[in-house]
Design a protein around this ligand. Structure first.
Ligand code: HEM
Length: 186
């Protein structure tokens, strides 16, 4: 069957849902913090963000293991080389950002320190990261900037996916979806 292994499809969509939650929650909680609204809602948003973001890190470990274990489906024979290269570069950039962005967030909350997710439940501190508030602020800055870059690239990725699904109708979308197998070969 010319599509991604089921394990890879499941982890792709699990991470997609996490990122769709993380970006608006991240922007919202930071806006509330900047407005000095340190109430229950802001704390809950930070808790959700940290727990979901840390889950992305764990899911990415699985994702990389699954990728190493199973080959990518073959491209349709007539798929232009330039677009193949563009798609592959974007996908590899996602792997990089989806590891770097949560690592920077985790390093930031370790340095601040602000590891609490729920009362009585803290994330583990990242090894070798000192408690240093100035360092934490630096890490959060880079975390935020790369997260915004990630969100912009996600928009391009979604646009390409919708193009394949609705306009080109070439079966590429079905390679990462569930249900009956798509036919991406011509
Ligand atoms: C793929 C995973 C993640 C994405 C896409 C993401 C996205 C974002 C975004 C969009 C912001 C707002 C940035 C801004 O407006 O400056 C943000 C802020 C933040 N994120 Fe994440 N995040 C992720 C993972 C994590 C993780 C794992 C942690 C910690 C365990 C974390 C902790 C934080 C904190 C503390 C802030 C606020 C920083 C500040 O106050 O300036 N994030 N994140």
């Amino acid at each position: 069957m010319n599509r991604y292994a089921l394990s890879r499809r499941v982890v792709h969509w699990a991470i997609a849902v996490c990122v769709i939650v993380l970006v608006p929650v991240g922007l919202w909680m930071v806006a509330r913090g900047q407005a000095n609204l340190w109430d229950q809602l802001t704390n809950t948003l930070y808790g959700i963000h940290k727990a979901t973001g840390f889950s992305v890190l764990l899911l990415m470990a699985l994702r990389i293991a699954f990728k190493l274990r199973s080959a990518d489906p073959a491209w349709p024979a007539d798929f232009p080389r330039a677009r193949r290269i563009a798609a592959k570069s974007l996908h590899h950039t996602f792997y990089l950002l989806l590891v770097l962005v949560p690592l920077l967030g985790w390093a930031g909350v370790t340095a601040f320190p602000a590891l609490i997710v729920l009362p009585g439940f803290d994330l583990p501190p990242m090894p070798f990261v000192p408690v240093d508030e100035a360092l934490a602020l630096r890490l959060f800055q880079i975390h935020g900037a790369l997260a915004v870059l990630l969100a912009a690239l996600v928009l391009g990725h979604v646009g390409a996916a919708l193009h394949h699904l609705l306009i080109a109708r070439d079966g590429l979308f079905q390679r990462i979806w569930f249900g009956r197998a798509g036919h991406s070969g011509h």
